[in-house]
Ligand binder design. Sequence first.
Ligand SMILES: [Zn+2]
Length: 246
Amino acid sequence: MNKRRPPVDGLCDECGFDYDTGDLQGTVTTLVRQSAECSMALTKAAAGPDADVVRIRPEPEVWSAIEYACHVRDVLEVQRFRIAQCLAEDRPVYAPMDRTGRVKQAKYEDQDPMEVAAALMRFAREFGAAARVLTPPQLGKLGLYNYPVRAPRSLGWIIRHTAHEIQHHRQDIINILAELEPPIIPAPKPAQPEEAEAGTTDDSAGLAGASGAADDGVGFVPPSRVSDEAEGLAGRSTGGSSAAAV
Ligand SMILES: [Zn+2]
């Protein structure tokens, strides 16, 4: 409850997203790529030796990888609807997405990771297609947004905020899985017995060759438990006036 909320402007020092840099096309390209990385991380973990690793919460109050992925998927869909709403209405007022309510109502923890991964990617492409074609006047159009306080926000800000959502939770998903997934490649043995050296050359070659590939994809620090705190961006499953989130 006392964790910091990710910011909604300036630089997020947890995930590195900066609301003040990058053009629209570059922001959307990064959003789609990072969505793909969320999708792939989930798919890879679900295809591993223990598919249910995606359902493990690192802490009771921190979402699991599948819960984060469902959230990212739903954010992409809701934000795409908001783009359409903003363009269609004179004075758009966005309905809250009820982030925390969805976790239980949609049974995030029970959803099929492969289906979630596919939908996440599809929604990212659809969001990207809707965002890329916005003109400068459209990007400046205001609507009443609920997070972090009820305030007018431009469509351009909604695009950036969505990109921040994806970048922030991509880090959460990858970090959580990196901590929970069993290593796919066995760790090297600490020491070879002296007498075994001569006779094991051939048998051990395959394993030794593979060991260099030890898990990748993860150039991140361990998951900061604080990163998911924010009501708007975040993965808290409980508490807070979350109805206003995102
Ligand atoms: Zn962030």
